[in-house]
Design a protein around this ligand. Structure first.
Ligand code: ATP
Ligand code: MG
Length: 404
């Protein structure tokens, strides 16, 4: 089958940004260009609240659709047929062509031939077109029935199976009906930057996705404790970052060697407080890296009550370790909801690979669940004079990898 020559991209929320909408639209166009560039020759432009993509070469259409439906800001991708002629006859020719290519014998046709009902819905943006939208609707309805009526096609104006959209804009008519859903959200780069604490688990990739979906550029940091954690555990996190980068674009990923910090805490602090103190120092290192790269917040996959370090008391004590805002988008979600989310975005299968995390290496059998700030601060005093240098070293030696 021939490649689709043109797509119309629908977006919702960025249309509500008033004067800034052009900024949002331009960024979205840029994201689309970047993602499609390796696949062929495309032109991407915006025009009156719509974005159009035209192809000028052969390309892998499944791959193009896969990429487009992962770009935040897009709510629908519509393959369109363009009327070459600015007249009703031009539009009719395009409608027939669209019907024959989309329905009938097309293997992707979800109906049997033309056995479905339709309604024509015309929007006339260019008022120079000689017929009004209602007249176009009526004519198209009539002409389609005449051509395909004996093959099963019917009209249903209340609940049609197929809503045939006709848009008359500029000197062109655009015909489409299929809307392949996109992820929604806002285009990456329209809302600053954040540093995500990315572990190999189920929750933090979902948290990273959720913040990115609001237009935030993401970086990531992973705390690694060789030889207690393996190379495979690191590779797993890199793989998760690579999956996420299909949505977010390239991710600056920091691999922090956390072993000496962890051993220092282990040797000096009460073991029932290890997880809390370790988390506080993780957050401090993440904050240092975030500041260096001008990220405005850190992001984690914590959810209230999931484990001992995620009680309200623990989260409060951990938060107090840093100045920058900490965003936890899965905070109110049940595990099962997070699992379903991760399946939807494609990180689940990787997350459940069985490699150890540094948090689980030194855990106590009975960790505190209601830590008191003063008690934690008292324990951390025992680290003074030793830990600072180790933290500096962890920040300085963090290995930067670009995941894409
Ligand atoms: P996840 O499923 O995201 O691993 P979890 O349920 O295992 O979370 P914890 O191990 O308590 O919970 O971790 C809570 C959050 O702390 C994680 O979601 C992640 O943001 C961060 N985190 C934990 N371990 C690491 C690590 N080794 N490197 C980076 N971030 C981490
Ligand atoms: Mg974990």
């Amino acid at each position: 089958m021939e490649n689709t020559k043109m797509f119309l991209i629908r977006y919702a929320e960025i249309g509500t940004k008033g004067k800034n909408r052009y900024v949002f639209e331009d960024i979205l166009c840029k994201r689309i260009r970047n993602r499609l560039e390796p696949l062929g020759e495309f032109k991407v432009w915006r025009d009156f609240g719509r974005i159009y993509i035209e192809s000028f070469s052969d390309y892998d259409e499944d791959e193009a659709l896969d990429r487009l439906t992962k770009i935040f800001g897009i709510v629908g991708v519509c393959p369109v047929t363009v009327a070459e002629d600015f007249s009703y006859e031009g539009i009719r020719t395009a409608v027939f062509k669209y019907f024959e290519e989309t329905f009938g014998d097309n293997p992707d046709n979800e109906y049997d031939g033309y056995n479905f009902s339709f309604k024509a819905h015309t929007k006339r943006i260019n008022k120079d077109f000689p017929m009004n939208s209602m007249e176009v609707d009526i004519e198209i309805g009539h002409d389609l029935l005449e051509k395909f009526g004996d093959k099963g096609l019917t009209v249903n104006v209340h609940k049609p199976d197929v809503m045939l959209e006709v848009e008359i804009r500029g000197d062109k008519g655009y015909v489409y009906s299929k809307k392949i859903p996109g992820p929604g959200g806002l285009p990456i780069g329209t809302n600053g930057k954040a540093m995500s604490l990315l572990s190999g688990g189920i929750d933090s990739p979902v948290a990273t996705y959720m913040i990115a979906k609001r237009g935030v550029e993401m970086e990531a940091v992973y705390f690694n404790s060789p030889p207690y954690t393996s190379q495979r555990a690191l590779e797993k996190v890199e793989k998760l970052g690579t999956i996420l980068s299909q949505y977010t674009g390239p991710i600056r990923f920091y691999n922090v060697n956390f072993t000496d910090v962890q051993l220092c805490i282990y040797d000096n602090c009460p073991h029932d407080q290890l997880t809390i103190i370790m988390k506080r120092i993780m957050f401090q290192i993440a904050e240092r890296l975030a500041e260096k790269d001008e990220c405005q917040a850190i992001v984690t996959g914590e959810s209230i009550g999931q484990v001992s370090s995620q009680t309200m008391q623990s989260l409060g004590v951990i938060d107090a370790a840093v100045q920058c805002p900490v965003y936890r988008p899965v905070i109110g979600m049940d595990k099962q909801e997070i699992v379903e989310y991760s399946q939807r975005i494609g990180t689940f299968e990787t997350s459940i690979e069985p490699y150890e995390d540094c948090c689980t290496i030194f855990v106590d059998k009975h960790p505190v669940t209601k830590p008191k700030m003063y008690a934690i601060e008292r324990s951390e005093k025992k680290l003074v004079g030793k830990i600072e240098e180790l933290i500096d070293k962890a920040v300085e030696t963090a290995e930067l990898i670009i995941l894409k």
